[in-house]
Design a binder for this molecule. Structure first.
Ligand code: BGC
Length: 512
């Protein structure tokens, strides 16, 4: 008798294991051994006519400090000397890495784009770019909560920027909310702060209407919100961005995610109405931070399933929500229908940086780890410890096409590298441009533009000034002197050729 019971138990265990392995094979993500796609096509890799080649940046990372939440955070960090990090690329909550090593007027002025706007944009034009992505500072237009009209100096500043872009034939791509918000928004109202306040949308609408009224005729491509998931995660769960909260449970950011999507839908309506009134055109969307999530151990079913779930939750669920009007976040109970959201994107914005790995624990499946690199693999890793994964760029673009069938703009992609030879950045650019070309030609991805992050080195949030993403280097110790890196020249050649010419593709890929 006992052996029959034993047989049943063994049978159940084997069936469960088989189910797990088959399930992981079907739903889980695999891990690719190769960092780049196998290339069957010979160069040149030429892009569609009218393709936008630009660089991207954001207000708080380059402009003189405004009265926003990040400025308040930086002041507190300086006052309390909180300059640590766990490791490059892994910030310590409440700290900004090595901020104390930089002169205070640098912290205050960042890259001083305010003072060097013209010459910086000359650098962009000299790279043969035809577009430029930047963001408007909400705090600069509305430094106080009582205002019903935007600050005239703030408007004059962005007028100067729009005019400078026009003179250089750089098409503006304008972001409305790129992580920083006015400091006053953080005063508690009815026990809530920031975008979670009951009156937040009212204030946001006033800001968006002011932008539309002043600059609606100056731009066609608008990005409402930059990386909503990163904003929610880093500020409210991980604690490394203001408001430096660690809420513990992802379901506690449901209200914030809904609010961000409502703000997006509101901005979409305002900008579309404005364009209609002017008899013009507005392409409005938002952009998502994308990583390819793959299992650290391809053989481990739970790593594979976790990779799939995390990628859904972190990357696609928000983009899906804008498509369907329903926000559902994998691995959480979050499920909400958001009126007015469905279909409010004319394009899909992708910010792509590389690969993350998932490592799970069979005894505690909800306590998985996310690794920026595989410690046992030889892979291209940048100054922040991020693994480069060009092949994932192809897959991301193909997936975005498959899911939404909309135009795609790559609104950011780049790497942190301050080595003098600049070889890693050059390889990064060539590899990613090739993968993007492949996505257009083999996956029919309707990619319309690529914006390299970033024009110059800049303030890399909790990494302080340490993550150097610029095609142009900045010497923070010597009057913010600008020096184009070799990759600036390379980018210029790509933009001029509208793609990768044969010699260019060969020169760079053979340097690997
Ligand atoms: C953000 C940028 C940031 C870049 C590099 C993106 O997540 O939009 O503001 O500087 O990544 O980390």
């Amino acid at each position: 008798m006992w052996w029959k019971i034993l047989l049943v138990i063994v049978g159940v265990i084997v069936a469960a294991l088989v189910a797990a392995v088959v399930g992981a094979a079907v739903w889980g993500k695999g891990r690719s051994a190769e960092a780049v796609s196998a290339f069957e096509d010979a160069p040149p890799y030429t892009f569609p006519e009218g393709f936008l080649w630009g660089t991207a940046t954001a207000d708080h990372q380059i402009e003189n400090s405004q009265n926003d939440d990040w400025t308040a955070f930086e002041r507190a960090v300086l006052a309390n000397k909180r300059f640590d990090s766990i490791a490059p690329g892994t910030a310590r909550p409440g700290h900004i890495r090595n901020l104390g090593a930089y002169p205070e007027n640098v912290v205050q002025r960042k890259t001083d784009f305010d003072g060097r706007m013209e010459s910086d944009l000359d650098l962009a034009r000299d790279m043969n770019a035809n577009a430029f992505r930047f963001s408007i500072s909400w705090a600069r237009l509305f430094p106080t909560p009582e205002q019903t009209e935007p600050d005239p100096e703030g408007i004059a500043y962005y007028r100067r920027l729009f005019d400078a872009l026009k003179q250089r034939r750089l098409e503006p791509v304008v972001t409305l909310f790129h992580f920083a918000s006015p400091a006053w928004l953080w005063a508690a109202e009815g026990g809530k702060r920031g975008l979670e306040r009951d009156d937040a949308l009212e204030h946001f609408e006033r800001y968006v209407r002011a932008v539309a009224e002043s600059f609606g005729g100056d731009a066609t491509i608008w990005c409402t919100i930059n990386e909503p998931m990163v904003y929610a995660y880093l500020g409210h769960l991980d604690g490394v961005f203001p408001p430096n909260e660690r809420r513990g449970d992802p379901s506690e950011v449901e209200g914030l995610l809904v609010r961000l999507l409502e703000a997006h839908a509101l901005a979409y309506r305002v900008l579309k109405e404005d364009a209609r009134r002017r008899g013009g055109d507005a392409k409005v969307g938002l952009t998502h931070h994308v990583r390819s999530f793959e299992p650290l151990r391809s053989w481990a079913p739970l790593d594979r399933v976790t990779a799939r779930m995390v990628e859904e939750a972190f990357v696609w669920d928000l983009a899906d929500a804008v498509h369907t009007g329903v926000l559902e976040v994998a691995t959480t109970p979050i499920h909400r229908t958001i009126p007015g959201l469905k279909g409010t994107q004319d394009y899909v914005g992708i910010n792509y940086y590389g690969r993350y790995y998932t490592r799970s624990n069979a005894l505690a499946p909800t306590k998985f780890a996310i690794l920026q690199r595989d410690p046992d693999a030889e892979e291209q890793v940048n100054d922040l410890g991020w693994a480069s994964y060009p092949r994932g760029f192809y897959e991301t673009l193909a997936e975005a096409e498959r899911r939404y069938d909309l135009p795609i703009y790559v609104l950011e992609s780049g790497t942190a590298d301050q080595a003098d030879d600049d070889v890693d950045r050059q390889l990064y650019i060539v590899d990613h441009v090739r993968e993007m070309w492949r996505a257009i030609h083999h996956a029919e991805a309707d990619v319309r533009g690529y914006f390299h992050w970033s024009l110059t080195d800049n303030f890399e949030w909790a990494e302080g000034f340490e993550g150097r993403f610029g095609l142009v280097a900045i010497d923070y110790q010597h009057d913010l002197r600008r020096t184009p890196r070799p990759s600036a020249k390379l980018f210029g050649e790509i933009a001029a050729a509208n793609g990768l010419s044969e010699p260019l593709a060969k020169r760079c890929t053979s340097a690997r």
